[in-house]
Design a protein around this ligand. Structure first.
Ligand code: AMP
Length: 284
């Protein structure tokens, strides 16, 4: 049975709702999102409800993690559908802060993220992780969860948040949930809705290239250059020619080595038409 979640749009309302839910004496799980919810987000909510008595989802399209030329203004906003989905998952509380609540007049203090924020996404989206780390810390301070749930889909983001939790002694357990994919392999993303049918077909080359590369490594290929070249070739053959990066990296540090000798993370960011997609795959 779906139950309607409480909704809070200010920190004061959030505190009242958490108190009414008796959150202090229970485990509180937090799922931060930017809305336009899909099965990937819902998998985090489900993970939270199996471990926590109180599940809080936040929906906030965070302006400080978007560069001026990025899609902040046209980022999909589907609040009614989001609330419906969260009700079906028995979310207890949805926090929908306004911009003014998160970034009051005069706001000027940011989190400086760790080294792991520097390569890959950090190169192509220079202030992105500063914005992410700042808003995540603010949401942690507002909600004060016991456990926080993030998706492996944003692998580098997980490393940045995990490091921040450790470095700033935040009393929060950190969970990473697996990437949820469409049946044909496409990693689910709020941005997939920008794709035309032809682009969506082309986008399948991203996950396909990861599957092929994983298989090559399992068969014994140990050259990172060979693996990267294969991934790029599969994408280019499908017509994806604007590739921000393909990386074969250490899953803890994101350092790239020539020889694959330990578990590696394969990471891709590429444009399909105007839409920038990311995907990754951990090869144990
Ligand atoms: P976003 O709304 O894009 O900021 O994503 C909110 C959270 O959902 C982040 O922790 C994402 O990593 C996670 N997420 C997004 N897409 C997926 C997916 N396909 N599978 C698992 N988690 C996801």
């Amino acid at each position: 049975m779906a139950s309607v979640p409480r909704i809070a749009t200010s920190v004061a309302q959030l505190k009242d709702a958490l108190r009414d839910l008796g959150a202090r004496s229970r485990r509180v799980g937090l799922v931060p999102t930017m809305g336009a919810l899909h099965e990937g987000h819902l998998s985090l909510v489900r993970a939270a409800s199996t471990e926590c008595e109180t599940v809080v989802a936040t929906i906030f399209v965070n302006p400080t993690q978007f560069a001026p030329h990025e899609d902040l203004a046209k980022y999909p906003r589907t609040l009614d559908a989001d609330l419906e989905l969260l009700a079906q998952e028995n979310t207890d509380l949805v926090f929908l802060p306004t911009n003014a609540e998160v970034y009051p007049e005069g706001f000027s203090t940011y989190v400086e993220p760790s080294q792991v924020a520097v390569p890959l996404e950090g190169t192509f989206r220079p202030n992105h992780f500063r914005g992410v780390a700042t808003v995540v810390l603010k949401l942690f301070n507002m909600v004060q969860p016991d456990v926080a749930y993030f998706g492996q889909k944003d692998f580098q983001q997980c490393l940045v948040v995990r490091r921040m939790i450790a470095d700033l002694n935040l009393p929060i357990e950190f969970r990473v949930c697996p990437i949820v994919r469409e049946p044909d392999g496409l990693a689910i993303s709020s941005r997939n809705r920008y794709l035309t049918p032809a682009e969506r077909t082309r986008a399948l080359a991203i996950s396909r290239s990861l599957t092929i590369a994983t298989e090559l490594i399992r068969q014994g290929e140990r050259s990172a250059a060979v693996i990267k070249a294969k991934i790029e070739q599969v994408m280019r053959d499908a017509g994806i020619d604007r590739i921000d990066y393909v990386a074969v990296a250490d899953p803890d540090t994101l350092m790239e080595n020539q020889a694959i000798s330990r578990p590696v993370i394969l990471l891709i960011a590429a444009f399909v038409g105007q839409t920038r997609l990311i995907d990754n795959c951990l090869v144990e």
